[in-house]
Design a protein around this ligand. Structure first.
Ligand code: ATP
Ligand code: MG
Length: 886
């Protein structure tokens, strides 16, 4: 079976058991402070498990693209070294939300693996939770008994809490799980040694393929467990591992998932791939590349560009790891990694279509990253060579610097060190790594208290599309502590507060006791921000005033003026996007957006700088649409498929529900899927002004703009500036002309001044030559000049040298408070050991400065002009001393 067939068989099987097949969620996670990337199939259903969202389908199955490169699940360092851990992999999963439980889940997994896929029964092992008395957790006898119906009892193994008890986090849903392992060793080996001992023992040929989690409990902050009101099943099977078993290979990389990539790499590098578990560096490098391209390409396709912070930095580091391996072991000194994108896009065509649809964009982003990293890499290698040449040992801190700054995987640093006959202090490296990890943990650590229930009720109705005030009840609240700051989070049954999403910032405002009537009531809760966490709308406040009656009705009022400014910017963003597509082309896709009360920031795909004329046209179109005062058309609850048919573009990397909201400004102009809040008619925007255009990344441009009040203030500012200039210029008719002529005049004057100085200096020559004082054999000249042009002084010094024998010349001058000295010595004195550079260092002390130069000519600058006279006197003393020696 091919991978496509294996994947399809899974989905068909569970569809046949009454499961709804749903699409994969994007790999980049939004609205979850605990997670950067999707790392399991269950992530997109978290809100159901937490009881925060209704169950749409009781049975669901899908294939989910996952990434395990950060946080709790981080397999990165294993990848490429072993044969069955990947950065990005597909997790096949089936779910029951309060529907079937252990019996069916176990029976169906057995039926699928042995019946549909035909895996021999004597290659399978299953594990069941053994219980943990200390934690008060019972043995999962039920699962044990259900398994007994299908598999020999001596193939059912008991496992501990680490392997067989699943928890979402420190608190929240949890329960026992049951894993299925496959022994892939050849028959002879299997006869020799019982596979049982190799289960969960990191043996590359006895691997876990499927985990069935039975969500039974909810864990509270104090560690105690509550039985969940509805019990769920959550399963995950790694597609690449399954494929390897069904295609009878000893490594995931030998399957049709990875072979097209590996063969291409092998062909282009002209190095053979030796297959399987070989630990040749070239093999590891090919596996790393074939694996990493998948993680990088899908992260970018889902909206996460490589960058220097957070999730973007994680992606950048993975990319660099791949490029570094390719460079060192496969000889790819020029950008190559990006060329894998088309192969990958073909493989996933029809499975995850977002890659094919953005193939050029993704490839271009990777190419640019490669170009800049190859430059960094060269610097890093130089740094290494220099460091080693200075006789340094490769200590942990240096290895860490290479790892952190230059993206050198530690095994490569070790190799480079070995080539120089050195070893790396691995303990030191690990310590430095641990320190960094601890630091980032501390920076992101949030201490979250349990929810404290206040009122009963349905959660979360958002009323803010229609009203800015709502009477509501507080349902629950909790205390959180992050970065040493305490805050409260509040959940209401209904709320006009918009929770940050789709680029629009969250609302601020107040909760007042409804009974108090007056909005000025002192006893109010000040809402500083509103955010989504999974499906919940969370209101943030720094303080709940003492005596606030939480159980009673509250009046929720958002900050209206702020919201109105935000709406101007949000609607303007829609008008801007449509105008960009009109002026630049339909390749323009949103790649990021920020809308707050001050301005809007819009990132979009486009491969060249937007020219000034293009920007002017875009701005003119938007302002035209503003003046047309187009009425907002808002449609809620449009079926997603219908919206697509009507030509509304969905964003990649965005997770849409079955029903969507469409925001239209003129059916023929702007139609977007959007959850944000908008102006009633475009005239409210007032005026739209672009303030900057720049590059964010390869192929991504950024426009920043302002609207309404801010645009008005900006224009007023500009006007004021012009008025001030006019006054300064004495109110000319044409300011441009007047400034131009000022500049012309200025440069003419400058030239004249320079000419004057040269002439003056030249005129000085004879005067100075006549002034030369005989000190022994030396002709000594010292003079303070009253002009400051350095070139003119240099000329003067050189021409004096031409005409005066045995010259020792010292010139001092003051250039607007900055004193300078010049010393010129003629060749005959230089031959006798005079040295202008040494002399000037002495003299420079008098003007609190320093300088130097050649034996015959030297200059110095300083800070104290009042020392110039003293410097000249000192020069005379030096001349006297030297004359005696000469
Ligand atoms: P392992 O112990 O092998 O790392 P796990 O316990 O981390 O596996 P789960 O979190 O239970 O795995 O994930 C469910 C399934 O997803 C696993 O049975 C496996 O088939 C697959 N899987 C997990 N991690 C990876 C990975 N890094 N690459 C490929 N497949 C994976
Ligand atoms: Mg794991």
């Amino acid at each position: 079976m091919t991978t496509k067939e294996i994947r399809q068989a899974f989905l068909d099987f569970f569809a046949g058991k009454g499961h709804q097949i749903v699409p994969s969620a994007p790999i980049v996670v939004k609205n979850d402070p605990t997670l950067m990337f999707t790392n399991a199939g269950m992530n997109q259903f978290k809100e159901i498990f937490l009881g925060e969202a209704p169950v749409k389908y009781a049975r669901v199955a899908d294939t989910q693209r996952c990434l395990r490169v950060s946080g709790k699940h981080n397999d990165l360092e294993e990848v490429g070294i072993d044969t069955y851990h990947h950065t990005m992999f597909e997790m096949l999963g089936n779910w029951s939300f309060g529907d079937y439980f252990k019996e069916e889940a176990i029976a169906w997994s057995w039926e699928l693996l042995t019946g549909v896929y035909g895996i021999p029964k004597d290659r399978l092992y299953v594990t069941v939770f053994e219980g943990d008395e200390k934690e008060g957790l019972p043995k999962d006898q039920e699962a044990y008994d259900f398994w007994k119906q299908w598999i020999d009892e001596d193939r059912i193994l008991l496992g501990n809490k680490k392997d067989n008890f699943w928890e979402m986090g420190d608190t929240g849903p949890c329960g026992p799980c049951s894993e299925i392992h496959v022994d892939c060793r050849p028959d002879a080996e299997r006869k020799n040694k019982d596979g049982k001992a190799l289960v969960n023992a990191d043996d590359p040929q006895v691997i876990e393929i499927w985990n069935n989690v039975f969500m039974q409990f909810n864990r509270l902050k104090d560690g105690s467990l509550q039985l969940l009101p509805a019990q769920h099943v959550d399963t995950g099977m790694g597609l690449e591992r399954l494929v390897r078993i069904l295609q009878n290979k000893s490594s995931n990389y030998d399957t049709d998932v990875f072979q097209p990539l590996i063969q291409f790499i092998s062909k282009e590098s002209a190095i053979a791939y030796n297959q399987g578990e070989s630990n040749e560096k070239t093999d590891i490098a090919m596996r790393v590349m074939a694996d990493h391209i998948r993680a990088i390409a899908f992260a970018i396709a889902d909206g996460q560009l490589p960058s220097n912070v957070k999730a973007g930095y994680v992606i950048r580091r993975i990319l660099r790891r791949a490029v570094r391996y390719a460079y060192t072991f496969l000889g790819f000194k020029e950008p190559f990694f990006n060329k894998l994108v088309p192969i990958l896009a073909d493989q996933f065509d029809g499975v995850f279509p977002e890659l094919k649809a953005q193939q050029d964009f993704v490839q271009k982003v990777i190419l640019e990253e490669e170009v800049s990293f190859l430059r960094t890499l060269a610097t890093g290698i130089q740094r290494f060579d220099k460091y080693v040449a200075e006789g340094n040992i490769v200590d942990g801190d240096f290895a860490f610097e290479l790892y952190d700054t230059f993206g050198f995987p530690i095994d490569l640093t070790e190799l480079m060190a070995r080539e120089k006959g050195l070893t790396v202090d691995m303990d030191g490296f690990n310590r430095a790594l641990e320190v960094q990890k601890a630091r980032s943990r501390a920076a992101t650590a949030v201490d979250t208290g349990d929810w404290i229930a206040v009122n009963e009720g349905e959660e979360n109705e958002f009323t803010g599309y229609d009203s800015q005030e709502t009477v509501a009840h507080i349902l629950k609240y909790r205390k959180i502590k992050a970065k040493g700051k305490e805050q409260y989070q509040i959940v209401l049954d209904r709320t006009p507060f918009y929770a940050e999403s789709g680029g629009q910032v969250g609302d601020t405002g107040f909760l007042y006791p409804a009974s108090a009537g007056s909005q000025e009531h002192e006893n109010s809760i000040r809402i500083t921000d509103t955010k989504k966490e999974n499906a919940l709308i969370i209101h943030f406040t720094d303080e709940i005033p003492e005596g606030f009656k939480l159980q009673e009705e509250v009046k929720c009022v958002i900050s209206k003026e702020r919201r109105s400014d935000i709406q101007n910017n949000h609607s303007a963003t829609h008008l801007l996007q449509a105008a960009l597509r009109e002026v630049l082309g339909t390749h323009v896709q949103q790649k990021g957006s920020l809308v707050n009360e001050d301005h809007l920031r819009f990132d979009f795909s486009h491969f060249a700088k937007v020219t000034d004329e293009e920007l002017d046209r875009v701005e003119a179109i938007v302002n035209q649409k503003v003046r047309e005062n187009i009425q907002l058309k808002e449609e809620r609850n449009v079926p997603f498929q219908e919206a697509l048919k009507r030509g509304v573009t969905a964003l990649f990397g965005e997770k849409y529900g079955d029903f969507v909201r469409i925001i239209t400004f003129d059916d023929h102009y702007s139609k977007e899927l959007c959850g944000g809040t908008h102006v009633k008619a475009t005239g409210q925007i007032g005026y739209f002004k672009i303030v900057s255009e720049s590059a964010v990344a390869a192929g991504v441009r950024r426009i920043e703009a302002i609207t309404g009040k801010a645009a008005e203030a900006f224009i007023n500012e500009q006007n004021k500036l012009v008025a001030t200039l006019k006054t300064l210029l004495k109110n000319p008719k044409d300011i441009t002309r007047s400034v131009e002529s000022l500049l012309e005049e200025n440069s003419k004057l400058k030239k004249e001044l320079e000419k004057n100085m040269y002439e003056k200096a030249a005129g000085f020559k004879d005067e100075l030559a006549a002034q030369a004082e005989k000190i022994g054999a030396i002709s000594f000249i010292a003079r303070k000049l009253d002009f400051g042009n350095a070139d003119a002084i240099k000329n003067l010094a050189y021409s004096l040298k031409e005409s005066v024998d045995n010259l020792f010349l010292v010139l001092g001058n003051d250039n607007e408070g900055k004193p300078a000295l010049t010393v010129m010595i003629s060749e005959d004195l230089v031959e006798k050991g005079f040295h202008a550079g040494n002399i000037i260092r002495e003299l420079a002390k008098e003007i609190k400065g320093g300088g130097g130069g050649q034996p015959f000519y030297a200059t110095a600058g300083g800070k104290d002009s009042s020392g110039l006279e003293a410097a000249l006197e000192k020069a005379k003393e030096i001349a006297i001393t030297l004359a005696e020696k000469a």
